[in-house]
Design a protein around this ligand. Structure first.
Ligand code: PEP
Length: 250
């Protein structure tokens, strides 16, 4: 399976900026495609830009995703977005359980689990984020925390993507060492096999946390790394595409 390089644009991008970024990624991916880009590309703009970006990227190999969805398809939920709405706007993927949602919106594993079911029912591929805080790592609890998040967030039969994003590495410029990434991705693989059987042995496990062009090649070469989830560096087409060029066919 090819590595997946996914950009999380977070709460960035008015119409003109989002369109310009999408067009640069489109142009770069087409050029790189001819030279054999080894990975799959995905961009996750804010809700308001999904349909614009999806229209600009239609017919290319760059996928489009949302950054969250509600656990139910529709209803009296002011300010929320249902998974069928994301699909209708042109998304094929959705990031769920990002640490900023878990922290800022107090999302629990049970809620993420319900959102995964809603996403799958709407035909979206979920990317479920897990990761420990700095205090949890310092006290050696990272495997317990991540193992608990996986068990609580992934429903039976889950067949999406998991992203390991240590909270202390997100937007901080700090990255996990290659040894730490190898150990955690190995642990996640083992846990996915136990929870999900054969499908857990092959699903992509992305690394996220201050991935940049300068560290992408070494992080993407670590065993069991099936791609990267990228925040800050995904807002510059040049950096996002440089990271993508560091990917390999896993
Ligand atoms: C993220 O928010 O998913 C992320 C990995 O951010 P950054 O690349 O900026 O650390």
């Amino acid at each position: 399976m090819r590595q997946l390089i996914a950009g999380n644009w977070k709460m960035h991008g008015l119409g003109a900026e989002a369109a310009a970024l999408a067009l640069l990624i489109k142009a770069g991916s087409i050029r790189a495609g001819a030279a054999g880009l080894a990975c799959e590309l995905l961009v996750c703009p804010p809700f308001t830009q999904i349909s614009n970006v999806a229209a600009l990227l239609a017919g290319t190999a760059v996928g489009v995703g949302g950054q969250d969805c509600h656990a139910t398809a529709q209803g009296a939920h002011t300010g929320d977005i249902g998974a069928p709405m994301l699909r209708d706007a042109g998304a094929g993927w959705v990031i769920l359980g990002h640490s900023e949602r878990r922290q800022n919106h107090r999302e629990t594993d049970a809620l993420v689990h319900a959102k995964v079911l809603a996403a799958v029912a709407a035909g979206l591929i979920p990317i479920v984020c897990v990761g420990e805080t700095e205090a949890e790592r310092v006290s050696g609890q990272q495997n317990d925390v991540v193992g608990g998040q996986l068990a609580g967030s992934l429903p039976d039969g889950f067949a999406g993507v998991v992203a390991y994003e240590p909270v202390w590495a997100i937007g901080t410029g700090k990255t996990a060492t290659e040894d730490d990434v190898a150990a955690m991705h190995g642990f996640i693989r083992q846990t996915l096999r136990r929870l999900l059987g054969d499908v857990g042995g092959t699903m992509r496990i992305l690394y996220g946390g201050s991935v940049r062009p300068a560290n992408a090649v070494s992080l993407l070469a670590v065993a069991e790394v099936g791609g990267a989830l990228i925040g800050g560096a995904s807002l510059k087409a040049e950096d996002f595409l440089a990271i993508a060029r560091g990917a390999r066919a896993a």
